[in-house]
Design a protein around this ligand. Structure first.
Ligand SMILES: [Zn+2]
Length: 296
């Protein structure tokens, strides 16, 4: 599932290509994707700000309505418009043509952006093969209290999010917890945005066995892990996220972090540190990769 770096990459794309544009029309092909609110109410609104809470994206409109989106496992936003960079190309492998049979929502935008000639039309397509993603229309001043966002833990990276995970918060989250540290890292109610890829790699970077009870981490280990989380998320962002299933940025391009995984997905491959074999196990049903020699 796309995690913080992937969703943040989409957010930055939204900021670049959507802010300042007005929603001219919305076509919904699969009504169940719109979980609440009337999406037609967005027509005529101008997109003024893009926020992110963990893995959730929020598009704020000038007339106090917001579009709240969770792309879940396979959601994609693809932007088509005259201001796309000439060299950019929608991935044939991960997207194909747009719209396609997995395109469930089409947002037609009118540009009042100085970069594009006024009056030119562009489109934002929402594709979702597995259809687990959701879109909600929420009054802007109720976004933070809305279901899901209201229960999110603090974000480890200060970008668009309101709350940031500090080392003190992190220590408190770990304190006296019997849960395996990896499970805790992925609990969105504790920390927003960390999923399986970055939890695996952060634990490797910190040299911590993913199965250890969170509350048993020593003070210096908690600190090491805290900085390792921030480091792997930053690396993910630097490479534009990781593409596994079908994550792409809003230009339809895949990310590159999958070429830089430390241990994630690397069963039986050599550990980047010691050269020993990386082991795969399951914790809470999720594939977990680690080096038994380097992670204690
Ligand atoms: Zn190793």
């Amino acid at each position: 599932m796309p995690e913080l770096p992937e969703v943040e990459t989409i957010r930055m794309g939204f900021e670049k290509y959507l802010v300042g544009k007005t929603i001219e029309d919305v076509e919904v092909r699969l009504p169940k994707i719109i979980q609440s609110g009337n999406i037609k109410n967005l027509v005529g609104g101008k997109i003024i700000k893009i926020r992110r809470f963990g893995k959730v994206l929020v598009l704020d409109l000038d007339y106090k309505l917001s579009l709240v989106v969770h792309i879940k496992l396979t959601g994609q936003f693809i932007y088509q418009g005259p201001d796309r960079p000439k060299e950019s190309e929608i991935s044939k492998k991960y997207v194909g043509n747009v719209p396609n049979r997995f395109t469930h929502v089409i947002i037609k935008l009118k540009s009042q952006n100085s970069k594009v000639k006024s009056g030119q039309t562009s489109f934002l397509y929402y594709n979702d093969i597995r259809q687990f993603g959701w879109i909600r229309v929420v009054p802007t001043d109720e976004v933070e209290k809305s279901p899901f966002i209201d229960k999110l833990g603090p974000d480890p990276i200060r970008l668009s999010s309101q709350v940031t995970l500090t080392l003190d918060n992190f220590r408190q989250i770990l304190e006296s917890k019997k849960t395996a540290i990896k499970v805790l890292l992925m609990d969105q109610k504790k920390i927003g945005g960390v999923g399986n890829i970055y939890a695996n790699d952060a634990l490797f970077l910190a040299g911590i066995d993913p199965r250890r009870p969170a509350g048993k981490l020593l003070s210096h280990e908690a600190m090491k892990l805290y900085w390792a989380i921030i480091e792997v998320l930053k690396r993910g962002l630097k490479y534009g996220g990781a593409t596994e299933a079908n994550y792409v940025n809003i230009l339809g391009e895949p990310g590159g972090y999958q070429k830089h995984f430390l241990v994630y997905g690397k069963e039986n491959q050599p550990c980047p540190n010691c050269g020993g074999k990386i082991i795969k196990t399951r914790i809470n049903g999720r594939g977990t990769y680690f080096c038994p020699h380097c992670q204690k």
